[in-house]
Design a protein around this ligand. Structure first.
Ligand code: GLV
Ligand code: MG
Length: 346
């Protein structure tokens, strides 16, 4: 194991210093766009105003014969558009693919100073992060990149889930992790063809009752993995995200899946379709009444210790911490969302 002091040294002479803390940013949705599609690329300046993170996708869903056009299109858009405080990310191809080396080298060479995060698919263990970490440091040094490009892993293989804690702590470059339910289902041999969401046969059958049919209560197929991912990420100081929800026609189910992830500790999800942007905004922005109540807890216990009663509910040091998580997140979102700022009362 590396000594703690070496953990925060740049991995190449001339590369920027690794960050000790993640930049504080609202990242409620990571909105995917296919950069080889000129119509979509033309919409980017508009999209930048609507989303927290915009991601140029180079991996799955981009046909093999469009991989180079996607990479070129992404670089062109990144050079042309002012992203302001909206995150600029890309999802590169996986490490054993024929495209990934050019993805990494060309992107860092051309837009290394604009790119915030590189999303790495099909991460199996910390060795995948170490490889990308080293290569990024060499390229950052060569191209005069001044802030480290962060790595976001997709958790989408059984082996990745087994190694999730080691992945989360593999490098100070780790930004966070997203659940990839489609690849993960395939890797685990789960019997579902859906991209995220529930399955009508995965449930608990209620006890026998005389004279009436028993109900099968549907359960969340992803609960175990999301909870495991959240613990791994939060204990390493990085962020957890739910990934894609493939049924664009079922907004209610998408919202329910996003909300489960939010309640368990995820900070955002992917949006693959315009309607999913608003769903993510609704879900990953804390509830106005909860924020107002949390503010009252913080006001009632200014130093965060002791106990207080508010509307008949007991508050103590632990609920003060819960309230602080809620108010800090609301404050962050308020900086991006004037309507919510007003409703939160900041
Ligand atoms: C996302 O990449 C997934 O496989 O679900
Ligand atoms: Mg995938």
């Amino acid at each position: 194991m590396k000594s703690p002091a070496d953990f925060y040294k740049p991995l190449a002479i001339g590369a920027p210093m690794p960050l000790r803390e993640l930049p504080v940013k609202a990242e409620r949705m990571i909105h995917f766009f296919p950069p080889q599609n000129a119509k979509m690329a033309a919409k980017v300046p508009d999209m930048v105003k609507q989303v927290d993170v915009l991601l140029g996708n180079l991996e799955d869903a981009i046909p093999a014969d469009a991989k180079e056009a996607a990479r070129k299109g992404f670089i062109e858009v990144a050079q042309r558009v002012d992203f302001g405080d909206t995150g600029l990310w890309t999802r590169i191809n996986c490490l054993n693919s024929p495209w990934v080396l050019d993805d990494i080298t060309e992107i860092v060479a051309t837009i290394g100073n604009k790119l915030d995060v590189m999303m790495l698919p099909k991460v199996e263990g910390p060795w995948d992060i170490h490889y990308l970490d080293q290569l990024l440091a060499q390229l950052e040094a060569r191209h005069g990149v001044t802030k480290p490009i962060l790595i976001h892993a997709i958790l989408e293989t059984a082996q990745g889930v087994k190694n999730v804690e080691a992945i989360a702590g593999a490098s100070p470059r780790m930004h966070g992790m997203s659940l990839g339910p489609a690849d993960l289902a395939a890797s685990r041999r789960m019997k579902t063809t859906r991209v995220g969401g529930g399955h009508p046969f995965y449930g608990v059958l209620e006890d026998k009752k005389e004279g009436r049919e028993r109900t099968l209560f549907q359960q969340d197929l992803w609960h175990y993995t999301v909870a495991k991912m959240v613990d791994a990420c939060v204990s390493s100081g990085i962020k957890a995200f739910y990934g894609p929800f493939g049924d664009f026609s079922d907004e209610a189910a998408c919202e329910a899946q996003f909300r489960n992830a939010f309640l368990l500790g995820c900070v955002g999800a992917w949006s693959l379709y315009p309607t999913q942007i608003d769903i993510a905004k609704r879900v990953f922005s804390p509830d106005v009444n909860e924020v107002k109540f949390a503010k009252r807890i913080l006001e009632a216990m200014p130093d965060g210790t002791g106990a207080a009663m508010i509307d008949g509910k007991m508050q103590d040091d632990a609920t003060w911490k819960q309230a602080k998580v809620m108010v800090d997140l609301a404050r962050l979102i308020a900086t991006k969302d004037p309507a919510l700022k007003e409703r939160y009362g900041f």
